[in-house]
Design a protein around this ligand. Structure first.
Ligand code: THU
Length: 130
């Protein structure tokens, strides 16, 4: 299954009784494995989690910690824009040059990079001297 198909498929499982806004995310690792996640909301609204966070959690649970590519999809008028927190979560595991594709369910895609999404990101590489 392609990265886009994985994100599109997992989006169907999103638990979104409050926003009704389903999001799917998938990350590919250097091994070629794909890990997917959807948003999971909560009656205590701040406890909800984003699709990107779910995909990253699945990746780490599977024993991998490096992202080679990201795909995020939602039924948005323009390609869905990851929230600030998710940009930081992606930057934890991806180099700046890593490709991120943002998509609508209608098939509109916008290709960007981790560095463009979060310029000057603080990431683990900055603590290499400690
Ligand atoms: N959401 C994501 O899962 N990822 C994004 O990139 C944007 C927003 C979710 C959070 C919440 O469940 C819903 O979309 C509305 O904000």
């Amino acid at each position: 299954m392609s990265l886009s198909d994985a994100a599109r498929a997992v989006r169907e499982n999103a638990y979104v009784p409050y926003s009704k806004f389903k999001v799917g995310a998938a990350v590919r690792t250097p091994s070629g494995a794909i890990h997917a996640g959807c948003n999971v909301e909560n009656a205590a609204y701040p406890e909800g989690t984003c699709a990107e966070a779910g995909a990253i959690a699945a990746m780490v649970a599977a024993g991998e910690t490096e992202i080679a590519e990201v795909y995020v999809i939602a039924d948005s008028p323009t390609p869905v824009s990851p929230c600030g927190g998710c940009r930081q979560k992606i930057a934890e595991f991806a180099d700046g040059a890593v490709k991120v594709t943002l998509a609508t369910t209608d098939g509109d895609e916008f290709e960007t990079t981790v560095a463009d999404l979060l310029p000057g990101a603080f990431n683990p590489r900055q603590m290499e001297r400690t």
